[in-house]
Design a protein. Structure first.
Length: 373
């Protein structure tokens, strides 16, 4: 073999080796950068524990567990640690309603009075879409300051009282995040599915996506491998929440008739399975159903409204980041859990933490840049 032939042969071998190593090197580099980013942010935000998963091109490409699930007993976060996902539950409710739409049982443009009897006259023209997008104007069955029911006598009493209250505004005029909307959606699901909401979700979504650890409940429930929820905000003598320097456990109770609104516990890996099941047509058969569910609800004047900041719209159970580049569906729960789907980028990111008020949406956005092409 002459010198030129030898050089060519060696070059071919080197290129072959490098071509095989390239994606691995890139993937490892990305994983290392993501790990470093998360650890830095956890220190900056004083987050005790965090769990994450990334889906890219239909596959889970990274999962991670960081810090402590339980600070008191120094229990580390693992793949099986269960976190409260709070209002991310609404996205499951959105899927449930669209499943009933596919079964021909619900029309989201129909008034709520078509499905529920004995509603106040002022409520009867509110549409299912307006309920799902929080633009109904209905009075809230929970007190926005305390998160407690408007009546201390229980669920039935609160239901009676809220029906006696005036509208906040005419349907479609404004966005107002409101528990009553999802209370009504729960009643519709119970009635039209022929089974309780929780059972409907278990049968039609959790079992389909193989989500064996995902449950409904309260902070007080004893659930295997569940992480407590912590906060740095303490109520002072005036009843105001003030940030302090020491952690405190928080406890949340979700009444049974409001489980459409909040009250789910899950893991990042199981939520990733749920997203993939949704995208693969296992939960909703028609792609048009997903498009409808993810389309932001517009106000009467044609504009969008939402929580503010990047969350500038709200679809059918799904907060929306409406922008030309990297738009996203962005359910957030309890100021500690976040699930972003970036349809244009074919990337989804789940971050679950045990610290209320840590702005998980900004964590996701910071992490996403490592996966955008």
């Amino acid at each position: 073999m002459d010198t030129k032939t030898t050089v060519r042969a060696i070059t071919v071998v080197i290129l072959f080796i490098l071509s095989g190593m390239g994606p691995g090197i890139y993937a490892q580099s990305t994983a290392d950068k993501v790990d470093a980013f998360i650890k830095t942010e956890m220190r900056t935000r004083s987050i005790p524990g965090l769990q994450m998963a990334v889906i890219q091109h239909g596959q889970i490409v990274k999962t991670g567990n960081y810090g402590l699930a339980n600070v008191e007993f120094s229990v580390p976060v693992t793949d099986s640690t269960v976190f409260s996902i709070n209002s991310i539950t609404k996205a499951f409710t959105g899927v449930a309603i669209m499943q009933l739409v596919e079964e021909g049982k619900v029309n989201i443009e129909a008034p709520v009075s078509q499905y529920l009897d004995s509603l106040p006259l002022a409520w009867q023209k509110v549409t299912i879409r307006q309920l799902m997008g929080h633009v109904s104007g209905l009075p809230d069955v929970t007190d926005t300051l305390t998160d407690e029911l408007v009546s201390k006598k229980g669920e039935d009493s609160a239901w009676v009282k809220v029906k006696s209250l005036p509208l906040f505004f005419l349907p479609g005029e404004r966005f107002n995040y409101n528990t009553t909307n999802y209370l009504l959606l729960g009643k519709i699901i119970d009635k039209l599915s022929g089974q309780p909401f929780v059972r409907f979700i278990q049968h039609k979504q959790l079992e389909v996506a193989n989500m064996r650890q995902t449950t409904f409940g309260n902070s007080f429930d004893v659930t295997p491998k569940k992480a407590p929820t912590y906060t740095y905000y303490h109520r002072n003598d005036k009843g105001e929440f003030v940030k302090q320097h020491h952690l405190m456990q928080t406890y949340e109770e979700f009444p049974a008739f409001l489980l459409t609104d909040a009250g789910m516990f899950s893991t990042a890996r199981e939520l990733a399975r749920w997203i993939m099941a949704l995208q693969q047509g296992m939960l909703l058969k028609d792609k048009k159903s997903i498009h409808t569910m993810w389309t932001p609800v517009r106000l009467n004047n044609g504009t969008l409204d939402g929580f503010g900041g990047i969350l500038n719209g709200y679809a059918l159970g799904w907060p929306v980041v409406d922008r030309p580049r990297h738009p996203a569906l962005a359910p957030i729960g309890g100021g500690r859990a976040s699930l972003f789907i970036y349809p244009q980028d074919d990337v989804s990111i789940i971050i679950l933490t045990n610290l209320t008020g840590c702005s998980p949406e900004s964590l996701v956005e910071g992490m996403a840049k490592y996966y955008f092409n």
